[in-house]
Design a protein around this ligand. Structure first.
Ligand SMILES: *Cc1c(COP(=O)(O)O)cnc(C)c1O
Length: 419
């Protein structure tokens, strides 16, 4: 069970909604720092442990600065994400570049920043070499294929587009060695939104055994082993949060057996978690615009799927609180946005207290892959992002888009005159 709470008293939320037009995303600094420290503490036994925050989950420099203060790096997979990390002031070693189908200029930028470059394919070795020369250290992304069971969101590893096969991995490290590379990383990412702690322990075991085999066959060892992201969060109140301490302890035991227990040197471990750090700390706040009663009862919000796409994209559940109405949940609604897509629904057949126009709805767990997935289809504009500071004050960390932003890529002055 994970009770869904608000980040501040209701009266303060109403004050914030009076100062900034709805919809907006609100992030809770205290909760972000607590999640970061919890992950860090669970791996305090591992010297050099680091989480590279997956920038795509919440690409906002103010949030990245908070995480930088907590000792986190950044996991990037595009040129803008690399530039964002650079502008936040992260040093190269704190940047992980885990991309796929990578353009040349992104490799060049990652190398210029001194980032850890993680290759998604064996063909990227000569490609990277031709673009900018191989860096001193190269990491490879492993796809275990049928050797690892599937996970609901990311799918079965053998159907996933990412990473090198097992055979390619041995070939690729040997090729890198032949090209003079002496420092290596090993990476995999096989889960997304996974709630079972054992899944992460099993992934670590898989990587530790593989690292040992690579050591035995090729004589290489690793500067780091990266276990990827994918630690899930309890979107539904009846779900339990992942026991991060159990993950840390399970991986510590596996490490003691399969790394140091084999006489192999210590190696820093890392993760690339985004969701479990900022997800539960983010709230989408929206006002009810219209009620509509046809074959179903509809609550029409001033937010739409451009502000939070997960329900439409994955059928994902996001809990909803109606401000000032603790219950009973004796009405059943489809909660929609205004986009001309019938899947623009935040909730389908959701029991809620009776709602009226003007009510404020808080959509929970929107802090990762929420605002970040926003888009402009149907002329919808992305909302502001606000940060609730530890001292209780609120700062705007991204303004809302305007119609001028929407038209910024068009040149109306070059429009041919109507004949
Ligand atoms: C998306 C992604 C992550 C982050 O996943 P979360 O579910 O937010 O933890 C980490 N690494 C890679 C390579 C990714 O694509």
């Amino acid at each position: 069970m994970t009770p869904k709470t608000l980040p501040c008293p209701e009266a303060q939320l109403r004050d914030i909604a009076a100062r900034w037009p709805t919809p907006f995303h609100l992030y809770d600094e205290k909760a972000i720092r607590a999640a970061a420290r919890r992950l860090r503490d669970a791996f305090a036994w591992n010297k050099g442990f680091r989480n590279f925050f997956a920038v795509k989950a919440a690409p906002n420099p103010y949030l990245m600065r908070i995480l930088q203060e907590e000792g986190f790096g950044a996991d990037c997979s595009s040129l803008p994400e690399l530039i964002l990390s650079e502008r936040v002031g992260l040093p190269g070693e704190a940047i992980m570049f885990t991309s796929n189908d990578t353009p040349a200029e992104e490799f060049a930028k990652a190398k210029a920043l001194g980032a850890n470059i993680n290759l998604d394919d064996i063909s990227h070795i000569p490609f990277l070499e031709a673009v900018c020369g191989l860096p001193e250290r190269v990491c490879l992304r492993y796809n275990p294929g049928p050797l690892k069971g599937g996970n609901a969101i990311i799918g079965k590893p053998e159907e996933a587009k990412y990473g090198l096969t097992r055979d390619q991995l041995f070939e690729a490290y040997a090729l890198l060695q032949a090209k003079g590379v002496r420092r290596f990383g090993l990476h995999t990412m096989v889960a997304s939104n996974e709630l079972n702690p054992q899944y992460f322990v099993d992934t670590a075991i898989l990587l530790f055994d593989l690292a040992a085999e690579l050591h035995d066959r090729l004589g290489i060892w690793f500067d780091f082993i990266n276990l990827g992201g994918g630690i899930g969060i309890p979107y539904r109140p009846e779900q339990d949060a992942v026991d991060i301490e159990a993950v840390g302890e399970g991986i510590r035991k596996a490490y003691a057996e399969r790394v140091t227990g084999r006489g192999l040197p210590d190696v820093p471990l890392c993760f690339e978690c985004g969701r479990c750090i900022t997800g539960p700390a983010g709230y989408l706040v929206s006002a009810v615009r219209h009620l509509k009663h046809t074959y179903r009862d509809y609550v029409g919000l001033d937010a739409c799927m451009a502000n939070l796409m997960r329900p439409a994209l994955y059928g994902a559940y996001h809990h909803i609180t109606v401000l000032g109405k603790p219950g009973p949940c004796d009405h059943v609604y489809d909660v929609t946005g205004s986009l001309c897509e019938n899947n623009d629904k935040f909730a389908i057949q959701r029991p809620l207290p009776e709602v009226v126009p003007g009510d404020l709805l808080v959509i929970h767990d929107a802090g990762a892959h929420g605002h970040a997935m926003g888009f402009n289809y149907n002329g919808k504009l992305r909302s502001a992002e606000l940060l609730l500071r530890e001292d209780g004050t609120v700062t705007q960390i991204r303004r809302a888009e305007t119609i001028d932003d929407y038209f910024a890529t068009l040149d109306f002055s070059a429009l041919p005159t109507f004949k």
